[in-house]
Design a protein around this ligand. Structure first.
Ligand code: ADE
Length: 223
């Protein structure tokens, strides 16, 4: 998979690309991620990428020209363009599975007060990561990319994401490690029993119990 991220703040991605599982996925060739500065595409002689919005009110608005030129530069036949915006469809695990099958994704990160409405025409998908407003699209792009890359073949053990929270619309079951007793809190006996069928049954019951208690809405969903 190839992911191109268009942003005005490329250095925000340094930590994300250079640590842990994402770093390993890049090094082992499972994914190629490139960060591109939208400012490099502006035709303005002062390198301007934003201006005041017509009609007054809001602050600076990202101009269409550099974004159109950047997207057109990287777009190929198999590319899908994602615009991250609080007005988009809410990101869900099921979407992460679907997007992990795609060949090439291009993210557009908006910033400042907003982006020119015509930028929307570039997008195949508009995606929000939740009902709150961030200062820009960089963190949402990282969140979405992270959730997709961990699902690519060989990035983490397949059993791990088959049991993720939200797989089958259930929250994950509780896990424990050493010591068996910590500050009076004991690991459930069934996990120490070595009886695999009982362990699986217990885990499934815990998933149902937790989901009913914490996220009953998930049990009603059919996506
Ligand atoms: N940009 C600002 N806030 C956002 C959000 N919640 N989701 C996606 N993009 C955003």
């Amino acid at each position: 998979m190839k992911i191109d991220i268009l942003t005005l703040f490329p250095s925000m991605f340094d930590g994300f690309l250079n640590e842990s599982i994402i770093k390993r996925a890049i090094e082992s060739g499972k994914v190629k991620i490139e960060i591109h500065d939208i400012r490099d595409f502006t035709l303005d002689k002062h390198k301007k990428v934003d201006d005041y919005g017509f009609g007054g009110g809001k602050g600076m608005v990202l101009m269409p020209q550099p974004v159109f030129d950047a997207v057109e530069h990287y777009k190929k036949e198999n590319s899908k363009v994602i615009l991250v915006t609080p007005q988009g469809e809410t990101w869900k695990q099921q979407k992460a599975y679907a997007f992990s099958k795609m060949e090439h994704l291009i993210f557009i990160c908006g910033h400042y007060e907003g982006f020119d409405e015509r930028i929307r025409t570039l997008a195949d998908y508009e995606i929000s990561i939740g009902d709150y407003v961030l200062t820009g699209g960089e963190l949402p792009s990282m969140v979405i990319t992270d959730s997709i890359v961990r699902l690519l073949n060989g990035v983490i053990k397949e059993e791990s994401h088959m049991e993720d929270s939200f797989h089958n619309n259930l929250l994950d079951y509780p896990v424990y490690t050493k010591p068996i007793i910590f500050r009076g809190m004991k690991v459930p006996d069934v996990l120490l029993s070595g009886h695999h069928a009982n362990i699986e049954k217990w885990r499934y019951e815990e998933q149902l119990k937790r989901t009913k208690l914490r996220r009953p809405d998930l049990l009603e969903r059919d996506d």
